[in-house]
Design a protein around this ligand. Structure first.
Ligand SMILES: [Zn+2]
Ligand SMILES: [Zn+2]
Length: 412
């Protein structure tokens, strides 16, 4: 049996087996018939009510448990900027204001737990999620795919009785979630697990982050201001496991009997299992939705934050005839659109070139040979700058700037 094809009875068997394996008498094994005539006023469109609210100190790092992004420890070079290096365009002749363009790049480890780099991790992961949808729709990630429709955002919340499964039996919990997702007709999707909830957080994307048109990535300033606003709202978190799903759930509105993702099914699932399914509908932006979900996803050692399931799983994805992987766009000059190349602050290079050229050798006295000053970008933050020309040069053959990718320091 695969979970995709699980019947109600099989689903219940697993639930019971889970309970039994944990020493709990099976509570719901009695009946698998949809409960009839008990129209309770519980609205299964809100997260289930828990009898206790277990607050967690999300700022404390749990070596073996779930953490929220950013509360680990940074590596030494995370966020470090080499002020005399950058990516630049020195083609003065193509720039109107006699300026050159230099982009400072900060070191990043791209780890979710890094307090310095987690924003870049989330932005990069969100971009990867978007790409996977884009390669299928051949258009925007939000566009329709034949036979699948447009991607929707759904949330499945775990009832209190099963919440403990998240600690040591996440696989069991996931199998249940996947079986329920199948029941509401979700055919291919990505899942992001959230162990905790926060009253001030909303299921919807609070605000759009602007896109840097030259690369198609999130704009750095926009990303920064997004986080500084969001972080003000984070205070009390409590245990409330739920799964965010972005994916395809083809609908059949003309034949309601074939349409899986309807309120009757959702109510039935709730009555039988206690799991709450919410359909938050099609997306304005897959990337913004994914990014927002990643910012408070569960991060745990040895556990993948983003999982692909069903027709979008790593095993099945290629059968959907996707476009080949997109090649990342290089940063380009905002004015002349030339591809940026590594540059270095090296004011002495210009001087020695003058000194040693035959014409100027005799007049070296007139040159300023004092110690070259620091890079004019000293103290600036990561980003692109228009600055006065002079002192910057492209790298020579064989030269390399520092890699901005920060790796785990070796302990030897
Ligand atoms: Zn880092
Ligand atoms: Zn340029």
């Amino acid at each position: 049996m695969t979970w995709g094809q699980a019947t109600d009875a099989q689903l219940m068997d697993v639930l019971d087996a889970t309970c039994v394996s944990l020493g709990i008498p099976p509570a719901r094994g009695r009946s698998i018939a949809p409960s009839s005539g008990t129209k309770k006023s519980i609205a299964p469109f809100f997260e289930p009510n828990y009898s206790v609210r277990l607050y967690v100190d999300v700022k404390a790092w749990r070596p073996l448990g779930y953490n929220l992004p950013s509360n680990g420890v940074a590596y030494q070079a995370c966020g470090h900027i080499w002020y005399d290096e950058g990516q630049g365009c020195l083609r003065l002749e193509n720039h109107s204001e006699n300026k050159i363009y230099v982009r400072l790049v900060a070191g990043t480890c791209f780890r979710a737990e890094c307090p310095v780099c987690y924003q870049k991790w989330a932005a990069r992961e969100a971009g990867r999620i978007e790409d996977k949808f884009k390669r299928l729709s051949r258009n925007n990630a939000e566009a329709s795919v034949p036979g699948y429709g447009r991607p929707v955002h759904a949330v499945i919340s775990v009832p209190e009785i099963d919440a403990f499964l998240m600690y040591n039996n996440l696989d069991i919990l996931k199998d249940k979630i996947y079986a329920i997702a199948e029941k509401v007709g979700l055919k291919g999707y990505c899942v992001i697990f959230h162990p905790y909830a926060n009253e001030k957080m909303h299921e919807e994307t609070p605000e759009k982050i602007l896109i840097d048109k030259s690369t198609g990535d999130f704009d750095l300033d926009s990303l920064r201001s997004y986080y500084s606003k969001m972080n003000k709202h984070i205070n009390f978190w409590y245990v409330r496991p739920h799964f965010h799903i972005i994916g395809y759930a083809p609908r059949d509105y003309d034949n309601p009997e074939n349409d899986a993702f309807n309120e009757d099914t959702i109510t039935r699932i709730y009555n039988e299992t206690g799991y709450v399914v919410k359909n938050l509908g099609v997306r304005d932006s897959v990337r913004n939705t994914a990014h927002y979900q990643l910012t408070h996803a569960g991060v745990k050692k040895g556990f993948q934050t983003v999982c692909w399931v069903g027709d979008l799983s790593n095993r099945n994805y290629h059968k959907m005839n996707p476009l080949p992987k997109f090649i990342p766009k290089p940063h380009t000059c905002p004015e002349c659109q030339a591809e940026l190349a590594p540059v270095r602050w090296d004011p002495q290079a210009a001087i020695s070139a003058q000194v040693f050229s035959v014409d100027n050798y005799s007049s070296a006295d007139g040159l300023d040979l004092s110690e070259p000053g620091p890079s004019p970008l000293e103290g600036q933050r990561e980003g692109g700058y228009w600055i006065d020309p002079g002192g910057w040069r492209y790298l020579n053959r064989g030269e390399k700037n520092h890699s901005c990718l920060v790796r785990k320091p070796s302990h030897r």
